[in-house]
Design a protein around this ligand. Structure first.
Ligand code: SF4
Length: 289
């Protein structure tokens, strides 16, 4: 199993930390361009509740993020500017170029990671990312969640799965490292469908993968479905049984950036085991050491 730590150490020669940045303010799934209301699991913060305040400049946000981990990280650590919330390529290439330029000018930043959707990567944007990738490592994180178009409809993802495969190809041709986000436990999905998603990512050529257990946040459509008993969240053992099977599908050179995620505590309704980060880490260490 190739972990993100192993990958970063061999690529950068040091331990790397992510400095989360709030840059994008919305996504095409919220403003009506593709849909309204967003993906059914997504909170108002657009998957970026951990990042620093959007009113601050990018440099200030990076400084804040570094300060938070500096004791643990030490002076030799490197940092990745992580454009985390909403859809960070859902803007003009000029706006994105300016924001990335600000991040890169920070002396501690050694790489960029841009979270986005496959349907928000026009040629000019890919060209811009390619130009940046010629100067420093660029990762693009694509929210696929599932390869099933049926489930995609149910979760209101508002793009077809084939757009993901096309985006991976174009990004890789441009020399960009692709990380794919996958969710296990989406309503009505069987374990085989979840593992099919992993197979699909491998076939598409993703360089890395992030697994997350579906969690229910307050004030989302998913909350209503969960309260109506339309689906059940995965238990810890059940979730990591699926993760273990997924790992076996992955070729040894695909980097596993995350085995599970943890939702913002103030919004989390279920499953509550994901909130106990320390116990989850201990469990992962015991099971996957
Ligand atoms: S998950 Fe991403 S694409 Fe979906 S609503 Fe949230 S920010 Fe938009």
């Amino acid at each position: 199993m190739l972990t993100a730590n192993d990958h970063y150490r061999s690529r950068f020669g040091c331990k790397m930390y992510k400095a989360s940045i709030s840059f994008a303010k919305t996504c095409p799934n919220r403003d009506g361009a593709k849909g309204t209301g967003g993906c059914i699991f997504c909170s108002a913060g657009g998957s970026g509740e951990f990042s620093s305040c959007i009113q601050k400049s990018i440099k200030e946000q990076i400084d804040d993020a570094i300060l938070q981990v500096s004791k643990k990280a030490g002076p030799d650590a490197g940092y990745i500017a992580y454009f985390q919330s909403f859809t960070n390529t859902y803007c003009s290439p000029e706006e994105l170029a300016k924001a990335m330029g600000e991040a890169i000018s920070h002396p501690k930043i050694k790489a960029l990671s841009i979270a986005t959707r496959p349907d928000c990567l026009p040629e000019e944007t890919v060209k811009l990312l390619e130009e940046r990738a010629a100067k420093l490592p660029v990762y693009v994180e694509l929210g696929l969640q599932t390869s099933s178009d049926e489930t995609a409809k149910l979760i209101n993802r508002c793009y077809e799965t084939k757009e993901y495969a096309d985006a991976v190809k174009r990004l890789k041709d441009a020399g960009i490292n692709v990380i794919t986000h996958v969710i296990f436990g989406l309503p009505k999905e069987t374990e085989e469908q979840m593992l099919d998603t992993v197979r699909y990512c491998v076939e598409a050529g993703t360089d890395g993968i992030k697994f997350t257990c579906l969690y229910v946040l307050k004030d989302t459509v998913l909350e209503k479905m969960w309260k109506a008993g339309e689906f059940e969240v995965l238990g810890r053992e059940e979730y990591f049984d699926i993760v273990e099977k997924a790992i076996k599908i992955l070729p040894s050179d695909i980097v596993i950036h995350r085995l599970t995620g943890d939702g913002p505590k103030k919004l989390l309704l279920a499953p509550m085991w994901t909130a106990d980060k320390r116990s989850v880490i201990n469990y992962i260490n015991r099971r996957f050491a």
